[in-house]
Design a protein around this ligand. Structure first.
Ligand code: FRU
Length: 322
């Protein structure tokens, strides 16, 4: 915190243009803030990211000693790298980062580590393990749960039969690879299951998934299951099927289970299942504060998942007060 006041004055004006300073007390650069924590978010255009930001900001509001600076990478690696460089220049006490993609963010995360800033990597990883902590879901486990469920829907182990369209998330992210690998651990054991697409990525986006599915529907008369690596993509595929009157013939599986999205789509019968992928916003910030207060933190915190189907969708919504 040495040159903090000077750096703040100099950096704040520049940073304002590129970042959103969230001040829980509502006061401009309060003097009584003990810790300045920077959070570099990959994007805010996806609903799960918007929830993630809400969660971290709500947690920050519980800690008057913390000034949280949230930046938006706007879904571009170059922008997110610049954001992190900016936070390093501001000498934040801790850096939280949820990378757009692994490889592109590794260098700048290493710069922060070299500058002795404790780094908390959230949700998507980087290609170093020298950070202080990783907080996120177990995507292999979620992929396995989805794969096991798909096999069950197609007739059960040893007897499963049918066709699957898998729509990948961003190819440069570990969650997409883990969600694929986990799923295939189950479906690849079934000789009766046929995968119709080869590594087609919708980059986590509903509209891109819609287009992939529209083509798949033109090319394949029989599609039994769509596995989207997140709910927006599963829903985009559902909409494409609906537009050609085939949505009732297909089961759609997604991941995220946001109450206003995946869980509601399951409740409405549009998706067959979604798997909870909790945002690491609140836990990530709590862990950073714990570390700054001199407590020991674990290297990895794994957030739990849950399967949501027609059976429990309503109960899940009720739990969330909806
Ligand atoms: C949002 C998102 C989520 C997904 C996560 C994976 O950007 O695509 O839908 O679960 O990222 O990192």
């Amino acid at each position: 915190m040495k040159r903090r006041e000077f750096i703040r004055l100099a950096a704040f004006a520049a940073a304002l243009a590129a970042t959103t300073a969230f001040l829980p007390g509502g006061d401009a650069i309060a003097q009584d803030k003990k810790w300045t924590i920077g959070f570099s978010q990959a994007t805010t255009i996806e609903p799960w990211r918007a929830q993630f930001n809400k969660d971290i900001i709500a947690e920050a509001a519980k800690h008057p000693e913390v000034e949280l600076i949230v930046t938006d990478g706007e879904d571009k690696t170059e922008k997110q790298v610049a954001d992190v460089e900016n936070l390093i220049r501001q000498e934040v006490d801790a850096l939280l980062v949820s990378p757009k993609e692994s490889a592109g963010l590794t260098g700048v995360v290493q710069q922060a580590i070299d500058a002795k800033i404790p780094v908390f990597v959230l949700d998507r990883n980087v290609e170093t393990d020298q950070y202080t902590q990783f907080v996120g879901g177990d995507n292999k486990l979620i992929g396995r749960a989805a794969g096991e469920y798909a096999v069950e829907l197609l007739g059960g182990p040893g007897k499963a039969e049918g066709t699957i369209v898998e729509i990948w998330g961003g190819m440069g992210t570990q969650p997409a690879h883990d969600r694929h690998d986990g799923f295939h651990e189950f479906t690849d054991k079934e000789p009766g299951i046929k995968h119709l697409l080869d590594q087609q990525s919708g980059d986590w986006k509903q509209d891109e998934a819609y287009n992939i599915m529209a083509t798949a529907l033109r090319n394949h008369e029989e599609i039994d299951i769509v596995y989207g690596h997140n709910d927006p993509m599963a829903y985009g595929a559902y909409l494409a099927a609906k537009d050609v009157g085939r949505e009732k013939d297909i089961k759609f599986i997604g991941i995220d289970a946001l109450p206003g999205e995946g869980v509601t789509w399951v409740k409405n019968g549009e998706l067959t299942a979604t798997f909870l992928y909790a945002t690491p916003g609140a836990e990530g910030l709590r862990q950073a504060i714990k570390h700054l207060n001199g407590e020991k933190v674990e290297k990895t915190i794994t957030l739990p998942t849950e399967k949501v189907t027609a059976e429990n969708a309503e109960a899940v919504l009720k739990e969330k007060g909806m």
